[in-house]
Design a protein around this ligand. Sequence first.
Ligand SMILES: [Zn+2]
Ligand SMILES: [Zn+2]
Length: 336
Amino acid sequence: MRTAIATAVQEPLTFAEREVPEPGPGEVLVTITACGVCYTDLDVLQGHWPIARFPVVPGHEITGVVAATGPGVSWPRAGTSVGAQILGDSCRHCDYCVRGDQILCPQKRFTGIAMDGGYAEYAVLKADFVTALPEGIDPVAAAPLMCAGLTAFNGLRQGGITPTSRVAVIGAGGVGALAIRYAVAMGARVAVIGRSNRGEVAAREMGAERFIATQDSDPAEALSAWDGGANLVLNTSPSTSAAAATLSGLAPDGQLVLCGYGPEPLVLPTQPMGLNRLHAMVNPSGSPHDARDTLAFSAAHGILPEFTPIGLRDANAVLDAMAKGHSGKRSVITFG
Ligand SMILES: [Zn+2]
Ligand SMILES: [Zn+2]
């Protein structure tokens, strides 16, 4: 099978033919249809993930079809269309696993970081950690839902979104555009925060009622003027300072949720937080039930990402462009 391999930090991916692996107990072999290129893949290659294992096949926005099952696997059967996300394994017996919050398991392992992922024609994955794709969903467009979609959907959910919430989304890139559409579909009122007005038309077309350009106005003041502030701010940009700058624009009891963040620390003003019981959270994607809900909600509301299909050997060029700060549509590796 064709694979792309991350051999070491700061090295470009190498391409190699490997034997198709055999699924062990509790595992499935998946023929990969598509794998999205996520900012985290770049983050791993830049050395920001001490838990990364090299060499590793990157990729955790995976869709494909089960080709074979290992011993003891009753589901999924061969032929099932599935998606796989970054959470690839957990202990299955700690408090968090038993409660279905496997993303918090102290023994969790990440696909494409500590276990081989989706930049390959096949992957062996844990049967408990793949999710059935909803009937009729485009499996290529669905690939980015496994991380970008899950992160946006679950960030809104962990932030306590309700149909009466005022939600501000920082950034309207891959994760941000999905977050805007999910929040609108969940019935919330939505504002979008960008640097310039460039994304305003697109944001309004997605259902946002306000657009705040930070080069023209202070985002916290603009949010405070929005019927008393945002109940939830979801940061999908890599800038933690952009997130912190919105904090005093939260309504009392409001929640700042980061699903994007870079290496800079998050610095927060404690007095406005204390006066209004404000909360801040960094949300790490989600558990298997969150992935299932993300796919079901996306399919029911017709929310699929825009993406650019690429070949496996284009991955280095895409990662280079991401490192230089070029953001655009999600790139999705397809195997045809
Ligand atoms: Zn556990
Ligand atoms: Zn990701």
